[in-house]
Design a protein around this ligand. Structure first.
Ligand SMILES: [Zn+2]
Ligand SMILES: [Zn+2]
Length: 637
Protein backbone atom coordinates (compact mmCIF):
# COMPACT_ATOMS: atom_id res chain seq x y z
CA UNK A 1 0.00 0.00 0.00
CA UNK A 2 1.39 3.43 -0.87
CA UNK A 3 1.47 6.12 1.80
CA UNK A 4 -1.32 8.16 0.11
CA UNK A 5 -3.66 5.19 0.49
CA UNK A 6 -2.67 4.79 4.15
CA UNK A 7 -3.46 8.48 4.73
CA UNK A 8 -6.76 8.22 2.86
CA UNK A 9 -7.68 5.21 5.00
CA UNK A 10 -6.82 7.11 8.18
CA UNK A 11 -8.89 10.08 7.05
CA UNK A 12 -11.95 7.85 6.55
CA UNK A 13 -11.41 6.22 9.94
CA UNK A 14 -11.17 9.62 11.65
CA UNK A 15 -14.31 10.89 9.93
CA UNK A 16 -16.18 7.84 11.17
CA UNK A 17 -15.00 8.51 14.73
CA UNK A 18 -15.96 12.20 14.77
CA UNK A 19 -19.17 13.45 16.41
CA UNK A 20 -21.88 14.27 13.87
CA UNK A 21 -21.41 17.64 12.18
CA UNK A 22 -17.62 17.85 12.67
CA UNK A 23 -15.55 17.78 9.48
CA UNK A 24 -11.87 17.65 8.55
CA UNK A 25 -10.18 18.90 5.42
CA UNK A 26 -6.93 16.89 5.31
CA UNK A 27 -4.58 14.58 7.22
CA UNK A 28 -0.77 14.41 6.98
CA UNK A 29 2.10 12.82 8.91
CA UNK A 30 4.51 15.16 10.65
CA UNK A 31 7.34 13.27 12.33
CA UNK A 32 5.81 10.68 14.63
CA UNK A 33 2.42 12.37 14.80
CA UNK A 34 -0.62 12.61 12.58
CA UNK A 35 -1.85 16.13 11.81
CA UNK A 36 -5.56 16.59 11.23
CA UNK A 37 -6.53 19.82 9.42
CA UNK A 38 -9.94 21.27 10.03
CA UNK A 39 -11.94 24.39 9.26
CA UNK A 40 -13.67 23.95 12.59
CA UNK A 41 -10.90 24.09 15.21
CA UNK A 42 -13.39 25.52 17.68
CA UNK A 43 -15.49 22.38 17.56
CA UNK A 44 -12.45 20.27 18.39
CA UNK A 45 -11.54 22.67 21.19
CA UNK A 46 -15.09 22.49 22.52
CA UNK A 47 -14.73 18.81 23.15
CA UNK A 48 -11.36 17.98 24.71
CA UNK A 49 -12.11 14.28 24.41
CA UNK A 50 -12.27 14.09 20.60
CA UNK A 51 -8.51 14.07 20.08
CA UNK A 52 -7.87 11.76 23.02
CA UNK A 53 -10.42 9.23 21.75
CA UNK A 54 -9.05 9.45 18.20
CA UNK A 55 -5.47 8.90 19.39
CA UNK A 56 -6.55 5.90 21.41
CA UNK A 57 -8.55 4.34 18.56
CA UNK A 58 -5.85 4.90 15.94
CA UNK A 59 -3.00 4.13 18.39
CA UNK A 60 -1.00 7.14 17.25
CA UNK A 61 -0.27 10.69 18.37
CA UNK A 62 -2.65 13.25 16.86
CA UNK A 63 -2.64 17.04 16.62
CA UNK A 64 -5.40 19.16 15.19
CA UNK A 65 -4.45 22.14 13.02
CA UNK A 66 -6.78 24.89 11.91
CA UNK A 67 -7.19 25.54 8.20
CA UNK A 68 -5.45 28.91 7.54
CA UNK A 69 -8.66 30.59 6.37
CA UNK A 70 -10.30 30.35 9.79
CA UNK A 71 -7.54 32.17 11.70
CA UNK A 72 -8.13 35.54 13.34
CA UNK A 73 -5.59 38.32 12.59
CA UNK A 74 -2.58 38.22 15.01
CA UNK A 75 -3.23 41.66 16.60
CA UNK A 76 -6.82 40.77 17.34
CA UNK A 77 -5.74 37.35 18.60
CA UNK A 78 -3.23 38.84 21.05
CA UNK A 79 -5.96 40.98 22.60
CA UNK A 80 -8.24 37.99 23.01
CA UNK A 81 -5.49 35.75 24.39
CA UNK A 82 -4.53 38.44 26.91
CA UNK A 83 -8.11 38.48 28.10
CA UNK A 84 -8.16 34.68 28.41
CA UNK A 85 -4.96 33.82 30.28
CA UNK A 86 -4.67 34.69 33.99
CA UNK A 87 -2.89 38.00 34.58
CA UNK A 88 -0.06 36.50 36.64
CA UNK A 89 0.98 33.98 33.96
CA UNK A 90 3.65 36.49 32.88
CA UNK A 91 3.34 36.27 29.09
CA UNK A 92 6.50 37.76 27.59
CA UNK A 93 6.10 37.13 23.87
CA UNK A 94 3.79 35.92 21.08
CA UNK A 95 4.91 34.36 17.84
CA UNK A 96 2.55 33.43 15.03
CA UNK A 97 3.39 30.67 12.56
CA UNK A 98 0.69 30.81 9.86
CA UNK A 99 2.00 27.75 7.97
CA UNK A 100 1.07 25.47 10.87
CA UNK A 101 -1.61 27.67 12.43
CA UNK A 102 0.31 27.91 15.71
CA UNK A 103 0.80 30.75 18.12
CA UNK A 104 3.78 30.25 20.39
CA UNK A 105 3.17 31.88 23.76
CA UNK A 106 6.27 32.51 25.85
CA UNK A 107 5.33 32.80 29.51
CA UNK A 108 6.99 32.83 32.91
CA UNK A 109 4.38 30.42 34.24
CA UNK A 110 3.42 28.11 31.37
CA UNK A 111 1.17 26.04 33.66
CA UNK A 112 -1.23 28.97 34.05
CA UNK A 113 -1.48 29.47 30.29
CA UNK A 114 -2.20 25.77 29.81
CA UNK A 115 -4.84 25.59 32.53
CA UNK A 116 -6.26 22.51 34.20
CA UNK A 117 -6.09 19.61 31.72
CA UNK A 118 -5.41 22.13 28.93
CA UNK A 119 -8.65 24.04 29.54
CA UNK A 120 -7.21 27.51 28.94
CA UNK A 121 -5.50 26.37 25.75
CA UNK A 122 -8.81 25.08 24.38
CA UNK A 123 -10.44 28.36 25.37
CA UNK A 124 -7.79 30.22 23.34
CA UNK A 125 -8.36 28.06 20.25
CA UNK A 126 -12.08 28.63 20.51
CA UNK A 127 -11.59 32.39 20.52
CA UNK A 128 -8.86 32.83 17.90
CA UNK A 129 -8.65 29.62 15.85
CA UNK A 130 -4.86 29.33 16.27
CA UNK A 131 -3.34 26.33 18.07
CA UNK A 132 -1.49 27.66 21.11
CA UNK A 133 1.90 26.22 22.04
CA UNK A 134 3.44 27.32 25.34
CA UNK A 135 7.14 27.66 26.14
CA UNK A 136 8.75 28.90 29.31
CA UNK A 137 10.44 32.30 29.31
CA UNK A 138 14.03 31.40 30.24
CA UNK A 139 14.46 32.82 33.78
CA UNK A 140 18.20 33.20 33.18
CA UNK A 141 19.10 34.56 29.77
CA UNK A 142 20.62 31.64 27.90
CA UNK A 143 22.34 32.29 24.61
CA UNK A 144 21.84 28.65 23.64
CA UNK A 145 18.09 28.51 24.34
CA UNK A 146 17.56 31.84 22.54
CA UNK A 147 19.61 30.85 19.49
CA UNK A 148 17.94 27.46 19.18
CA UNK A 149 14.44 28.93 19.39
CA UNK A 150 15.30 31.55 16.76
CA UNK A 151 16.92 28.96 14.52
CA UNK A 152 13.90 26.67 14.68
CA UNK A 153 11.60 29.59 13.89
CA UNK A 154 13.68 30.69 10.93
CA UNK A 155 13.82 27.17 9.53
CA UNK A 156 10.17 26.39 10.04
CA UNK A 157 9.42 25.64 6.39
CA UNK A 158 12.44 23.35 6.04
CA UNK A 159 11.51 21.55 9.22
CA UNK A 160 7.97 21.02 8.01
CA UNK A 161 9.33 19.20 4.95
CA UNK A 162 11.78 17.18 7.04
CA UNK A 163 9.06 16.11 9.48
CA UNK A 164 6.72 15.17 6.63
CA UNK A 165 9.41 12.90 5.12
CA UNK A 166 10.17 11.37 8.53
CA UNK A 167 6.47 10.84 9.24
CA UNK A 168 5.82 9.09 5.94
CA UNK A 169 8.82 6.81 6.54
CA UNK A 170 7.66 5.86 10.04
CA UNK A 171 4.16 5.01 8.88
CA UNK A 172 5.13 2.98 5.81
CA UNK A 173 3.68 -0.49 5.59
CA UNK A 174 5.62 -3.42 7.10
CA UNK A 175 6.70 -5.68 4.25
CA UNK A 176 8.68 -8.56 5.79
CA UNK A 177 7.13 -11.77 7.07
CA UNK A 178 10.29 -12.68 9.03
CA UNK A 179 10.62 -11.89 12.70
CA UNK A 180 13.99 -11.23 14.25
CA UNK A 181 15.71 -8.60 16.38
CA UNK A 182 19.47 -8.03 16.52
CA UNK A 183 21.70 -5.78 18.58
CA UNK A 184 25.12 -4.67 17.30
CA UNK A 185 27.61 -2.91 19.57
CA UNK A 186 29.55 -0.20 17.76
CA UNK A 187 31.37 1.36 20.72
CA UNK A 188 31.38 1.89 24.48
CA UNK A 189 31.65 -1.80 25.41
CA UNK A 190 34.26 -2.65 28.06
CA UNK A 191 35.27 1.02 27.84
CA UNK A 192 33.84 4.46 28.59
CA UNK A 193 33.52 6.78 25.60
CA UNK A 194 32.05 6.50 22.05
CA UNK A 195 28.82 4.74 23.17
CA UNK A 196 26.90 3.49 20.13
CA UNK A 197 24.45 0.62 19.43
CA UNK A 198 22.38 -0.49 16.48
CA UNK A 199 19.06 -2.22 16.99
CA UNK A 200 17.83 -3.90 13.80
CA UNK A 201 14.79 -5.83 12.60
CA UNK A 202 13.88 -6.89 9.04
CA UNK A 203 11.99 -3.59 8.76
CA UNK A 204 14.15 -1.02 10.48
CA UNK A 205 17.48 0.10 11.93
CA UNK A 206 17.71 2.28 15.02
CA UNK A 207 20.98 3.78 16.27
CA UNK A 208 21.20 4.48 19.99
CA UNK A 209 23.78 7.12 20.94
CA UNK A 210 26.77 8.10 18.83
CA UNK A 211 29.47 9.26 21.20
CA UNK A 212 33.04 10.39 20.96
CA UNK A 213 35.90 9.18 23.11
CA UNK A 214 37.51 12.52 23.94
CA UNK A 215 40.29 10.85 25.91
CA UNK A 216 41.66 8.89 22.95
CA UNK A 217 43.00 9.93 19.57
CA UNK A 218 43.10 6.38 18.15
CA UNK A 219 39.77 4.98 19.36
CA UNK A 220 37.85 8.20 19.16
CA UNK A 221 34.89 7.15 16.97
CA UNK A 222 32.47 4.19 17.10
CA UNK A 223 32.77 1.58 14.31
CA UNK A 224 30.54 3.48 11.91
CA UNK A 225 32.09 2.00 8.75
CA UNK A 226 30.90 -1.61 9.19
CA UNK A 227 28.29 -3.00 6.75
CA UNK A 228 25.52 -3.17 9.38
CA UNK A 229 25.41 0.63 9.59
CA UNK A 230 26.27 1.54 6.01
CA UNK A 231 24.96 3.35 4.08
CA UNK A 232 23.97 5.75 6.85
CA UNK A 233 20.84 6.93 5.04
CA UNK A 234 19.27 3.49 5.62
CA UNK A 235 19.08 4.12 9.35
CA UNK A 236 15.54 4.99 10.42
CA UNK A 237 16.26 6.90 13.59
CA UNK A 238 18.96 7.98 16.02
CA UNK A 239 18.01 8.00 19.69
CA UNK A 240 20.15 10.00 22.14
CA UNK A 241 20.02 9.04 25.82
CA UNK A 242 21.61 12.21 27.22
CA UNK A 243 23.83 15.21 26.57
CA UNK A 244 27.31 13.96 27.41
CA UNK A 245 29.83 13.88 24.58
CA UNK A 246 30.53 10.16 25.06
CA UNK A 247 26.89 9.60 23.99
CA UNK A 248 26.21 12.26 21.34
CA UNK A 249 29.53 13.88 20.39
CA UNK A 250 29.54 12.47 16.84
CA UNK A 251 25.87 12.87 15.89
CA UNK A 252 26.65 15.78 13.51
CA UNK A 253 29.20 13.54 11.77
CA UNK A 254 26.34 11.20 10.77
CA UNK A 255 24.73 14.06 8.85
CA UNK A 256 28.03 14.97 7.27
CA UNK A 257 28.20 11.42 5.87
CA UNK A 258 24.70 11.07 4.53
CA UNK A 259 22.26 10.36 7.36
CA UNK A 260 19.20 12.57 7.07
CA UNK A 261 16.69 11.05 9.48
CA UNK A 262 15.43 12.14 12.89
CA UNK A 263 17.21 12.42 16.26
CA UNK A 264 14.95 11.60 19.19
CA UNK A 265 15.85 13.13 22.54
CA UNK A 266 14.32 15.16 25.36
CA UNK A 267 14.07 18.95 25.23
CA UNK A 268 16.98 19.69 27.60
CA UNK A 269 19.13 17.07 25.86
CA UNK A 270 18.61 18.83 22.54
CA UNK A 271 19.67 22.24 23.87
CA UNK A 272 22.58 20.94 25.92
CA UNK A 273 23.78 18.83 22.98
CA UNK A 274 24.10 21.86 20.72
CA UNK A 275 26.01 23.76 23.41
CA UNK A 276 28.45 20.88 24.00
CA UNK A 277 29.02 20.02 20.34
CA UNK A 278 29.80 23.61 19.36
CA UNK A 279 32.20 23.84 22.30
CA UNK A 280 33.74 20.47 21.39
CA UNK A 281 34.71 21.54 17.86
CA UNK A 282 35.80 24.95 19.14
CA UNK A 283 38.17 23.41 21.71
CA UNK A 284 39.47 20.84 19.19
CA UNK A 285 40.29 23.62 16.71
CA UNK A 286 42.05 25.69 19.38
CA UNK A 287 44.12 22.68 20.49
CA UNK A 288 45.12 21.96 16.89
CA UNK A 289 43.30 18.61 16.98
CA UNK A 290 41.19 16.94 14.32
CA UNK A 291 37.83 18.73 13.98
CA UNK A 292 35.43 15.98 12.87
CA UNK A 293 32.59 18.24 11.66
CA UNK A 294 31.56 21.87 11.20
CA UNK A 295 29.01 23.99 13.01
CA UNK A 296 26.80 23.66 9.89
CA UNK A 297 26.54 19.92 10.65
CA UNK A 298 25.46 20.72 14.22
CA UNK A 299 22.74 22.98 12.85
CA UNK A 300 21.65 20.36 10.34
CA UNK A 301 21.34 17.80 13.16
CA UNK A 302 19.29 20.30 15.20
CA UNK A 303 16.92 20.75 12.26
CA UNK A 304 16.27 16.99 12.35
CA UNK A 305 15.65 16.77 16.10
CA UNK A 306 12.32 15.51 17.43
CA UNK A 307 11.84 16.13 21.13
CA UNK A 308 9.89 13.72 23.31
CA UNK A 309 8.68 13.93 26.90
CA UNK A 310 9.25 11.20 29.46
CA UNK A 311 6.62 8.41 29.38
CA UNK A 312 5.35 9.42 25.93
CA UNK A 313 4.98 6.36 23.68
CA UNK A 314 6.09 7.24 20.14
CA UNK A 315 6.28 5.37 16.84
CA UNK A 316 9.81 5.77 15.46
CA UNK A 317 9.66 3.03 12.80
CA UNK A 318 6.89 0.87 11.32
CA UNK A 319 7.58 -1.83 13.93
CA UNK A 320 9.23 0.05 16.82
CA UNK A 321 7.82 2.27 19.56
CA UNK A 322 10.12 4.31 21.80
CA UNK A 323 9.40 5.54 25.33
CA UNK A 324 11.83 7.64 27.38
CA UNK A 325 11.92 7.33 31.18
CA UNK A 326 13.81 9.45 33.69
CA UNK A 327 17.40 8.20 34.18
CA UNK A 328 18.36 10.53 37.08
CA UNK A 329 21.85 11.10 35.63
CA UNK A 330 21.82 14.64 34.21
CA UNK A 331 19.05 16.98 33.07
CA UNK A 332 16.87 15.32 30.42
CA UNK A 333 18.77 12.01 30.64
CA UNK A 334 16.62 9.10 29.53
CA UNK A 335 16.36 5.35 29.81
CA UNK A 336 15.08 4.20 26.41
CA UNK A 337 12.43 1.51 26.16
CA UNK A 338 11.87 -0.06 22.72
CA UNK A 339 8.70 -2.02 22.04
CA UNK A 340 9.34 -4.09 18.94
CA UNK A 341 6.70 -5.63 16.70
CA UNK A 342 3.25 -6.31 18.05
CA UNK A 343 4.47 -7.50 21.43
CA UNK A 344 7.41 -9.42 19.92
CA UNK A 345 10.22 -8.10 22.13
CA UNK A 346 11.05 -5.27 24.55
CA UNK A 347 14.54 -3.82 24.95
CA UNK A 348 15.65 -1.33 27.59
CA UNK A 349 18.87 0.63 27.06
CA UNK A 350 19.72 2.41 30.29
CA UNK A 351 22.31 4.91 29.07
CA UNK A 352 23.99 6.44 32.13
CA UNK A 353 21.70 6.36 35.14
CA UNK A 354 21.53 7.05 38.85
CA UNK A 355 19.34 4.72 40.90
CA UNK A 356 19.37 6.86 43.99
CA UNK A 357 18.31 10.36 45.00
CA UNK A 358 20.42 13.38 44.14
CA UNK A 359 19.91 17.09 44.78
CA UNK A 360 18.64 17.58 41.26
CA UNK A 361 16.81 14.51 40.00
CA UNK A 362 14.46 11.71 40.96
CA UNK A 363 16.01 8.22 40.93
CA UNK A 364 16.02 6.33 37.61
CA UNK A 365 12.85 4.52 36.57
CA UNK A 366 12.97 0.71 36.61
CA UNK A 367 9.31 -0.19 36.13
CA UNK A 368 8.22 -0.89 32.58
CA UNK A 369 5.12 -2.36 30.98
CA UNK A 370 7.29 -5.18 29.63
CA UNK A 371 10.99 -5.90 29.31
CA UNK A 372 12.97 -8.90 28.08
CA UNK A 373 16.45 -7.55 27.33
CA UNK A 374 18.34 -4.86 29.26
CA UNK A 375 21.60 -3.20 28.20
CA UNK A 376 23.03 -1.48 31.25
CA UNK A 377 25.85 0.93 32.00
CA UNK A 378 28.49 -0.41 34.44
CA UNK A 379 30.67 2.61 35.30
CA UNK A 380 30.78 1.55 38.96
CA UNK A 381 29.94 -2.11 38.30
CA UNK A 382 33.02 -3.53 40.03
CA UNK A 383 32.35 -5.19 43.38
CA UNK A 384 34.42 -2.62 45.30
CA UNK A 385 32.93 0.48 43.63
CA UNK A 386 31.05 1.98 46.54
CA UNK A 387 30.42 5.70 46.82
CA UNK A 388 30.04 7.59 50.11
CA UNK A 389 26.51 8.74 50.95
CA UNK A 390 25.48 12.04 49.38
CA UNK A 391 24.72 13.54 52.81
CA UNK A 392 28.32 12.92 53.96
CA UNK A 393 29.69 14.38 50.73
CA UNK A 394 27.61 17.51 51.23
CA UNK A 395 28.67 17.97 54.85
CA UNK A 396 32.25 17.47 53.85
CA UNK A 397 32.06 20.13 51.14
CA UNK A 398 30.32 22.62 53.44
CA UNK A 399 32.99 22.12 56.11
CA UNK A 400 35.83 22.70 53.63
CA UNK A 401 34.23 25.90 52.31
CA UNK A 402 33.53 27.17 55.84
CA UNK A 403 37.10 26.59 56.99
CA UNK A 404 38.65 28.19 53.91
CA UNK A 405 36.39 31.24 54.13
CA UNK A 406 37.19 31.67 57.83
CA UNK A 407 40.87 31.95 57.01
CA UNK A 408 40.05 34.43 54.21
CA UNK A 409 40.91 31.97 51.44
CA UNK A 410 39.53 31.16 48.00
CA UNK A 411 37.80 27.83 47.23
CA UNK A 412 38.44 26.65 43.67
CA UNK A 413 36.31 23.78 42.34
CA UNK A 414 37.05 22.38 38.88
CA UNK A 415 33.79 20.91 37.55
CA UNK A 416 32.07 19.66 34.40
CA UNK A 417 29.58 22.15 33.02
CA UNK A 418 26.62 19.77 33.08
CA UNK A 419 25.37 17.97 36.17
CA UNK A 420 27.85 18.09 39.04
CA UNK A 421 28.22 21.88 38.87
CA UNK A 422 24.51 22.42 39.40
CA UNK A 423 24.47 19.78 42.16
CA UNK A 424 27.27 21.59 44.00
CA UNK A 425 25.59 24.96 43.39
CA UNK A 426 22.40 23.74 45.10
CA UNK A 427 24.38 22.51 48.12
CA UNK A 428 26.25 25.82 48.47
CA UNK A 429 23.10 27.92 47.92
CA UNK A 430 21.28 26.02 50.67
CA UNK A 431 24.22 26.36 53.06
CA UNK A 432 24.29 30.12 52.49
CA UNK A 433 20.49 30.44 52.76
CA UNK A 434 20.50 28.53 56.05
CA UNK A 435 23.43 30.52 57.40
CA UNK A 436 25.78 27.52 57.60
CA UNK A 437 28.35 29.46 55.61
CA UNK A 438 28.72 33.23 55.25
CA UNK A 439 27.23 35.13 52.33
CA UNK A 440 30.09 34.92 49.88
CA UNK A 441 30.04 35.26 46.10
CA UNK A 442 30.00 32.00 44.12
CA UNK A 443 31.60 32.69 40.74
CA UNK A 444 30.65 30.49 37.81
CA UNK A 445 33.05 30.42 34.87
CA UNK A 446 33.29 28.51 31.59
CA UNK A 447 30.13 26.91 30.29
CA UNK A 448 28.69 26.40 33.77
CA UNK A 449 26.43 29.47 33.62
CA UNK A 450 25.03 28.51 30.20
CA UNK A 451 24.35 24.96 31.40
CA UNK A 452 22.70 26.35 34.54
CA UNK A 453 20.47 28.58 32.42
CA UNK A 454 19.27 25.48 30.59
CA UNK A 455 18.50 23.80 33.95
CA UNK A 456 16.49 26.84 34.97
CA UNK A 457 14.59 26.76 31.68
CA UNK A 458 13.36 23.19 32.21
CA UNK A 459 12.46 22.88 35.91
CA UNK A 460 9.93 20.12 35.15
CA UNK A 461 12.91 17.77 34.70
CA UNK A 462 14.17 18.38 38.25
CA UNK A 463 13.19 16.28 41.27
CA UNK A 464 10.05 16.68 43.36
CA UNK A 465 11.72 18.79 46.09
CA UNK A 466 13.16 21.30 43.66
CA UNK A 467 9.96 21.50 41.66
CA UNK A 468 8.00 22.19 44.86
CA UNK A 469 10.48 24.90 45.81
CA UNK A 470 10.32 26.51 42.36
CA UNK A 471 6.63 26.14 41.51
CA UNK A 472 4.94 26.40 44.91
CA UNK A 473 7.28 28.62 46.87
CA UNK A 474 8.49 30.59 43.84
CA UNK A 475 12.12 30.07 44.88
CA UNK A 476 14.39 29.03 42.04
CA UNK A 477 17.74 28.29 43.75
CA UNK A 478 19.57 28.82 40.45
CA UNK A 479 18.43 32.45 40.52
CA UNK A 480 19.99 33.10 43.94
CA UNK A 481 21.97 36.31 44.20
CA UNK A 482 25.05 34.49 45.47
CA UNK A 483 25.76 33.18 41.95
CA UNK A 484 27.87 35.47 39.81
CA UNK A 485 28.51 34.47 36.22
CA UNK A 486 31.99 35.42 35.04
CA UNK A 487 30.95 36.83 31.70
CA UNK A 488 33.98 38.96 30.87
CA UNK A 489 37.76 38.76 30.98
CA UNK A 490 37.74 41.93 33.10
CA UNK A 491 35.73 40.27 35.85
CA UNK A 492 37.99 37.23 35.79
CA UNK A 493 41.06 39.45 36.04
CA UNK A 494 39.44 41.39 38.83
CA UNK A 495 38.80 38.22 40.88
CA UNK A 496 42.38 37.10 40.34
CA UNK A 497 43.96 40.46 41.14
CA UNK A 498 41.79 41.21 44.18
CA UNK A 499 41.54 37.89 46.02
CA UNK A 500 38.66 37.76 48.51
CA UNK A 501 36.83 34.91 50.29
CA UNK A 502 34.71 33.25 47.61
CA UNK A 503 33.94 30.00 45.79
CA UNK A 504 34.89 29.63 42.13
CA UNK A 505 33.32 26.85 40.08
CA UNK A 506 34.99 26.56 36.72
CA UNK A 507 35.55 24.23 33.76
CA UNK A 508 37.27 22.05 32.75
CA UNK A 509 36.42 19.34 35.27
CA UNK A 510 39.77 17.51 35.02
CA UNK A 511 41.86 20.68 34.69
CA UNK A 512 42.82 19.85 31.13
CA UNK A 513 42.40 23.49 30.07
CA UNK A 514 39.70 26.13 30.29
CA UNK A 515 39.38 29.12 32.65
CA UNK A 516 40.01 26.95 35.75
CA UNK A 517 43.71 26.97 34.84
CA UNK A 518 43.96 30.76 35.14
CA UNK A 519 42.50 30.66 38.63
CA UNK A 520 44.72 27.74 39.51
CA UNK A 521 47.86 29.60 38.44
CA UNK A 522 46.82 32.57 40.55
CA UNK A 523 45.68 30.76 43.70
CA UNK A 524 47.90 27.65 43.91
CA UNK A 525 50.76 29.42 45.72
CA UNK A 526 48.45 30.83 48.45
CA UNK A 527 48.36 28.70 51.60
CA UNK A 528 44.94 29.95 52.65
CA UNK A 529 43.24 28.69 49.47
CA UNK A 530 41.69 25.27 48.79
CA UNK A 531 41.30 23.23 45.62
CA UNK A 532 38.34 20.84 45.86
CA UNK A 533 37.77 17.92 43.50
CA UNK A 534 34.13 16.82 43.28
CA UNK A 535 34.46 14.63 40.18
CA UNK A 536 36.48 11.73 38.86
CA UNK A 537 40.01 12.61 37.63
CA UNK A 538 41.18 10.30 34.83
CA UNK A 539 44.74 9.04 34.58
CA UNK A 540 47.10 11.39 32.78
CA UNK A 541 45.08 14.53 33.53
CA UNK A 542 46.37 17.54 35.45
CA UNK A 543 43.73 16.89 38.11
CA UNK A 544 45.09 13.40 38.76
CA UNK A 545 48.68 14.69 39.06
CA UNK A 546 47.61 17.20 41.66
CA UNK A 547 45.68 14.50 43.54
CA UNK A 548 48.89 12.47 43.64
CA UNK A 549 50.49 15.30 45.57
CA UNK A 550 52.81 16.96 43.06
CA UNK A 551 54.30 20.09 44.59
CA UNK A 552 55.76 21.67 41.45
CA UNK A 553 53.23 21.77 38.64
CA UNK A 554 54.58 22.38 35.13
CA UNK A 555 52.11 24.24 32.93
CA UNK A 556 52.52 24.84 29.23
CA UNK A 557 51.88 28.45 28.31
CA UNK A 558 50.56 28.53 24.76
CA UNK A 559 53.59 27.01 23.01
CA UNK A 560 56.01 29.44 24.69
CA UNK A 561 57.72 26.75 26.74
CA UNK A 562 56.49 25.97 30.20
CA UNK A 563 56.22 27.65 33.56
CA UNK A 564 56.09 25.99 36.94
CA UNK A 565 53.49 26.66 39.58
CA UNK A 566 54.34 26.18 43.24
CA UNK A 567 51.57 24.21 44.91
CA UNK A 568 50.81 25.53 48.40
CA UNK A 569 47.01 25.50 48.47
CA UNK A 570 45.12 22.71 50.28
CA UNK A 571 43.83 19.87 48.12
CA UNK A 572 40.62 18.08 49.09
CA UNK A 573 38.74 15.26 47.37
CA UNK A 574 35.00 15.05 47.99
CA UNK A 575 33.53 11.81 46.65
CA UNK A 576 29.82 11.07 46.55
CA UNK A 577 28.52 13.60 44.01
CA UNK A 578 28.46 11.05 41.19
CA UNK A 579 25.63 10.99 38.65
CA UNK A 580 26.16 7.25 38.17
CA UNK A 581 24.74 4.43 40.26
CA UNK A 582 27.40 2.88 42.45
CA UNK A 583 27.74 -0.91 42.65
CA UNK A 584 25.06 -1.24 45.34
CA UNK A 585 22.60 0.94 43.42
CA UNK A 586 23.21 -1.02 40.20
CA UNK A 587 22.39 -4.31 41.94
CA UNK A 588 19.39 -2.74 43.64
CA UNK A 589 18.17 -1.43 40.25
CA UNK A 590 17.95 -5.00 38.96
CA UNK A 591 16.63 -6.45 42.18
CA UNK A 592 13.64 -4.11 42.13
CA UNK A 593 13.13 -3.99 38.36
CA UNK A 594 9.56 -4.76 37.28
CA UNK A 595 9.01 -6.95 35.42
CA UNK A 596 12.21 -8.99 35.78
CA UNK A 597 14.20 -9.13 32.51
CA UNK A 598 15.23 -12.38 30.80
CA UNK A 599 18.75 -11.20 30.03
CA UNK A 600 21.12 -8.38 30.92
CA UNK A 601 24.08 -7.12 28.89
CA UNK A 602 26.66 -4.79 30.42
CA UNK A 603 28.62 -1.95 28.77
CA UNK A 604 29.98 1.57 29.61
CA UNK A 605 32.65 0.71 32.19
CA UNK A 606 36.20 -0.58 32.16
CA UNK A 607 36.60 -4.26 31.37
CA UNK A 608 36.61 -5.38 35.00
CA UNK A 609 33.53 -3.38 35.95
CA UNK A 610 31.52 -4.73 32.99
CA UNK A 611 32.51 -8.36 33.66
CA UNK A 612 32.06 -8.06 37.40
CA UNK A 613 28.56 -6.63 37.10
CA UNK A 614 27.51 -9.21 34.47
CA UNK A 615 28.72 -12.05 36.68
CA UNK A 616 27.05 -10.71 39.85
CA UNK A 617 23.69 -10.16 38.15
CA UNK A 618 23.90 -13.70 36.76
CA UNK A 619 24.64 -15.19 40.19
CA UNK A 620 21.91 -13.21 41.90
CA UNK A 621 19.14 -13.50 39.30
CA UNK A 622 20.00 -16.77 37.51
CA UNK A 623 19.45 -15.15 34.14
CA UNK A 624 21.60 -14.88 31.03
CA UNK A 625 24.12 -12.03 31.30
CA UNK A 626 27.14 -10.96 29.29
CA UNK A 627 29.72 -8.19 29.18
CA UNK A 628 29.43 -7.06 25.56
CA UNK A 629 32.48 -6.41 23.39
CA UNK A 630 32.62 -3.87 20.59
CA UNK A 631 31.64 -5.12 17.12
CA UNK A 632 29.54 -8.10 18.16
CA UNK A 633 26.00 -8.72 16.98
CA UNK A 634 23.59 -10.68 19.15
CA UNK A 635 20.28 -12.08 18.02
CA UNK A 636 17.60 -11.24 20.60
CA UNK A 637 14.66 -12.94 18.86
ZN1 LIG B 1 26.76 10.59 31.06
ZN1 LIG C 1 28.60 8.08 29.62
Amino acid sequence: MVIEDILEGLKKKIEKNLPAGTTISNVEFEGPQLVVYTEEPRKFADNGNIVRTLAKNLRTRIVVRPDPKVLLAPEESIDLINQTVPEDSGVTNYDFAPDVGEVIIEAEKPGLVIGKHGETLREITKKVGWTPKVVRTPPIKSRTVKNIREFMKKNHADRKDILKTIGRKIHRECTSKDQWVRLTSLGGCREVGRSCFLLSTPESKIMIDCGVNVGSDDDMTPYLYIPEVQPLNQIDAVVITHAHLDHHGLVPLLYKYGYDGPIYCTHPTRDMMVLLELDFIDVAAKDGKLVPYESADVRNALKHSVVLEYEEVTDIAPDIKLTFHNAGHIIGSAISHFHIGDGLHNVVITGDFKYGPTRLFNPAVNKFPRVETVITESTYGASNSMQPALKDAEKNLQRIIKETIERQGVVLIPAFAVGRSQEVMIVIEEAIRKGIIDEIPVYLDGMIWEATAIHATYPEYLNNDLRRLIFQKGQNPFLSECFKPVDSNELRRNIIENPHPCVILSTSGMMSGGPVMEYFKAFAPGERNTLVFVGYQADGTMGRRIQKGWKEIPLSSGGKGSETVRMNMDVEIVDGFSGHSDRKQLMEFFKRMKPQPERVFTEHGDERSCIDLASSVHKRKKIETRALTNLETIRLV
